[in-house]
Design a protein around this ligand. Structure first.
Ligand SMILES: Cc1ncc(COP(=O)(O)O)c(C=O)c1O
Length: 436
């Protein structure tokens, strides 16, 4: 149990004067102040006051093998000892690319950048270059980074968002370029009829349709295979580029991600997170004709000071062969199922309408009844129940995300004893939710 947060409070007082919200990413902002950490190990993070927290955020799903996984740390140490940082290519980049290509079957080529936000921008550049068109379509409720043109209709206020037949593209922050937002076509996830009726109308103007094939950023909502097939057919009919954002699914749900496992290949896809167990790297993969458009002088720029960073590619070259075997994914899927089962039993015992959704290393909780198939059905989750539940987890020093439409994760380090601890906390937190 938490003893004291004195040093975190002191650090926040120093940081808040010079760093907005005292944190580097707004998702880490907390009331009355964020926590600052000195060390992480396995499934735990130790804050600056020495409190040990069970981590259910795991780097927003990036740290699938657990904090400080030894083979990755050793590869990183070797890169550090060799002084490899940025500005030159390394053998590890080629190793990582080969490991990627031998695990992911559908694409012809891969290229590394730093973040998911950047990878998405590259894919949109390629799509526009290939089609000569500018507009893009995306799914309501899916997050693809914070750039002006895709941070659209992510956590939409449904009172402003129109009907499922005519979804209004909404900006996510003040100061976002309205001209770009208004150009975005927003379609409902898993709704073939409504999506096709929109695509049949505007498909000829679209450069790309971008989607997460499992919407993990708002919990865990798989696309039906029929939905993906319908999008593939529409892309071919109207000549736009189909892009899967596999930042959370790639290597996490299965080595080749959804593109391989569902049998409906996109034209381009984006990867990151799990591919380097927490080190900053992302990738774009795809069809050769599209990928080669990013070669010098041919089309969109593909440049970046930190692209192919020596430390990150060393981490990726160590991680990808491990994840390529598929065993980690199976182990984590079984652990997720165990948590889903015990959560359901505890929810039934306490009379709380809730479920745990899971796949790969991902877990999340919805507080609702009925099916969850898209953003609008997920947005019915009871925010007050979520706050009561996660507040009780926080009181037991479990790290969580305050947004009811977000996602949590376990890792290879969340072994049986850790799962026992999580289950005990879930029972107590569901009890607190019931009393709320
Ligand atoms: C599905 C998805 N796409 C894109 C991004 C953006 O990636 P990054 O935070 O590396 O810019 C994220 C990050 O949370 C994501 O989950």
């Amino acid at each position: 149990m938490t003893t004291s947060h004195t040093r975190s409070a002191e650090l926040f007082a120093r940081a808040a004067a010079i760093v907005p919200a005292g944190v580097s990413s707004n998702t880490r902002s907390r009331q009355p102040h964020p926590l600052y950490f000195s060390r992480v190990e396995g499934a735990y993070a130790i804050d600056i006051d020495g409190n040990r927290h069970l981590d259910l955020t795991m780097g927003n799903g990036a740290i699938m093998l657990g904090h400080g996984y030894p083979p990755v740390q050793e590869a990183v140490s070797r890169a550090l000892a060799a002084g490899l940082t940025c500005g030159v290519e390394s053998a590890a980049m080629v190793d990582a690319a080969e490991a990627f290509m031998s695990a992911v079957k559908w694409p012809d080529m891969v290229r590394f950048t730093n973040t998911g936000t950047e990878a998405v921008q590259h894919a949109l550049h390629v799509a526009r270059h290939a089609t000569g068109r500018t507009r893009i379509a995306k799914v309501e409720g899916s997050y693809h980074g914070w750039s002006d043109e895709v941070f659209v209709s992510v956590w939409s206020d449904l009172s402003q968002a129109g009907t499922p037949d005519a979804i209004v593209p909404l900006p996510q922050f003040a100061g976002q370029r309205r001209d770009l937002v208004d150009q975005v076509v927003v379609v409902p996830f898993n709704d073939i009829e409504r999506t096709l009726s929109v695509l049949d109308e505007v498909g000829g103007d679209l450069a790309a349709l971008l989607l997460e094939p499992v919407m993990i950023d708002i919990g865990f909502i798989p696309a039906t295979t029929d939905y993906l097939k319908a999008l593939r057919t529409a892309a071919d009919r109207h000549g736009f580029v189909l892009i899967y954002d596999e930042l959370l699914t790639g290597f996490n749900l299965a080595p080749g991600g959804v593109a391989d496992s569902c049998g409906v290949a996109p034209d381009l896809a984006l990867y990151g997170k799990a591919i380097a167990n927490g080190y900053p790297i992302a990738a774009m993969a795809g069809r050769e004709d599209l990928m080669r458009m990013t070669e010098p002088g041919k089309g969109p720029a593909f440049v970046g000071t930190f692209n192919g960073h020596g430390v990150s590619v060393a981490a990726a070259a160590a991680v990808l062969p491990i994840l390529a075997k598929g065993e980690v994914q199976q182990t984590l899927a079984a652990r997720g199922q165990r948590l889903a089962g015990s959560f359901s039993a505890a929810a039934a015992d306490t009379g709380v309408a809730a479920r745990l959704v899971t796949g790969g290393s991902h877990i999340h909780w919805y507080f609702l009844t009925g099916d969850v198939t898209d953003y609008r059905s997920a947005a019915r989750t009871d925010a007050a129940a979520y706050a009561a539940f996660t507040g009780a987890l926080g009181a037991r020093d479990i790290l969580y995300l305050p947004n009811p439409l977000s996602h949590h994760a376990i890792s290879l380090a969340h072994e049986d004893a850790v799962l026992d601890e999580i289950e005990t906390a879930f029972v107590a937190a569901l009890g607190a939710t019931a009393r709320h």
